[in-house]
Design a protein around this ligand. Sequence first.
Ligand code: SF4
Length: 235
Amino acid sequence: MAENLLNIGDIEKFSIVDFPSKMAVVVFMQGCPWRCPFCYNQSLQSTQIKGNATWDNLLHLLEHRKGMIDAVVFSGGEPLMQDELPQAMDAVLKMGFEVGLHTGGYRPEALKKVLNKVDWVGFDIKAPLTVEHYKKATGNAGDVAKVKESLQMLIESGVHFECRTTCDPRILDIDDIYNIADELAFLGVKEYYLQKYRPIPTDKTTQDSDCEKFFADEKLQAYLKQKFAVYEARK
Ligand code: SF4
């Protein structure tokens, strides 16, 4: 298979937090169509940059990790940007690993091509599912219709997945989380996580108390617990 099958920004050789209950290698795919203000991986956004790792590097690592890790997680960036993703997943599955995917769901036609390959999906919900909110949260023209299409497809697929939201107080408030929770529960989402925002280096104004307010709000936390079969605060 071609050395440059994927444009890989970097590889995390061992992770216990990127695929539930599995030890995983994480592949950070280069390229993302969005510009979330809270992005921790800005170096992965550009599609013009050649990443620091190659497909061959990944295959070599996986050969040596057989028996030690359970899964390979394709993360980003946005993995669905790269058309070779299904081929890459097939190769990983053939080696005996489970496959995970982290996505914001911006490209449903690409998600459709990998749904029969993935064992688990972490689906980012950036904001309430409206054009205005998604514009603000992703710095994009508002791909929310595509996000909804992807989420619906994922729900109907029966693939194990979670939804999660990073609570950046610059773009979300408490009411937004209620709105997200109501819509997700209505659609049939069972697992939801709130993730604490930790200010990125360029954010000099956000205080920890601003980030903490979502988790300190007992009413909100109780609401989320009763709304979803599985809910957890990730701080
Ligand atoms: S979708 Fe992820 S990688 Fe892309 S800009 Fe947003 S946080 Fe960064």
